[in-house]
Design a protein around this ligand. Sequence first.
Ligand code: DGL
Length: 281
Amino acid sequence: MQKAGPIGVFDSGYGGLTVLKEIITQLPEYDYIYLGDNARSPYGNRSFETVYHYTLECVQWFFEQGCSLVILACNTASAKALRTIQQNDLPVIAPAKRVLGVIRPTAEIIGHFSETKSVGILATNGTVSSNSYPMEIAKFFPGLKVYQEACPLWVPLIECDEYKSHGADYFVKKNLHQLFEKGEDIDVILLGCTHFPLLKDKIEEYVPVGVKIISQGEIVAQSLADYLKRHPEIESCCSKKGQRLFFTTDSTEDFDNHATIFYGEMVRSDHVDLEAIKPAL
Ligand code: DGL
């Protein structure tokens, strides 16, 4: 039996903190360890190979910290790396550990929010080009129309603190216009990138009245709560002292200064040098 350890929560940068915040609200008793790969973010425009390689390296780091369960709180990593890690890597490097993503839990329920049966997905280039959302949603809601719009500049705008600026309005308007040109009866928009909740106020200004905007935090948190109930063998490997630890692959000062806007509280991070991690394969 494995020693109990924290639940790992991963993102390319800060976006996963919007998910961690909701997970902690629903499941406060567990220990959590967050890693932002800020030194190599954004992942959104990178190739499958690169996102997979970076994500696997970070997952191995979580395992070295004693995590038995890791949540990829990043749509891009979930879209481009999760399946390969689950199917090819885990059986070899850590058969008793689990890595979960954010796309499937979202796909499982998104159709329930729409009356017109027409949903828009806003995400990074990587997530959109992987086609993961249309494929996953089709399994649960076969008749649902799914329209995607890649918003490659939104993550840089957010990470550079420009998400409240007039410059951000230009790109939000442009991408929403393009989305509604594809599907004019869309009545639900999924923010399919964990950074995007920071732009929610701006998005609301430019969508037709009555369109619902859905962030993933609560959905992922609820799905994790259900998962832990259904998998006591994993749940018993998750320690429960209410600890939260934060790590970044880049400057801790930058991380701490930015993290508050995503997490809603002050954060004190430590630096991780991924170069120091020996590849397990
Ligand atoms: N937060 C990540 C997501 O949910 C994307 C950020 C990035 O491009 O690195 O897709």
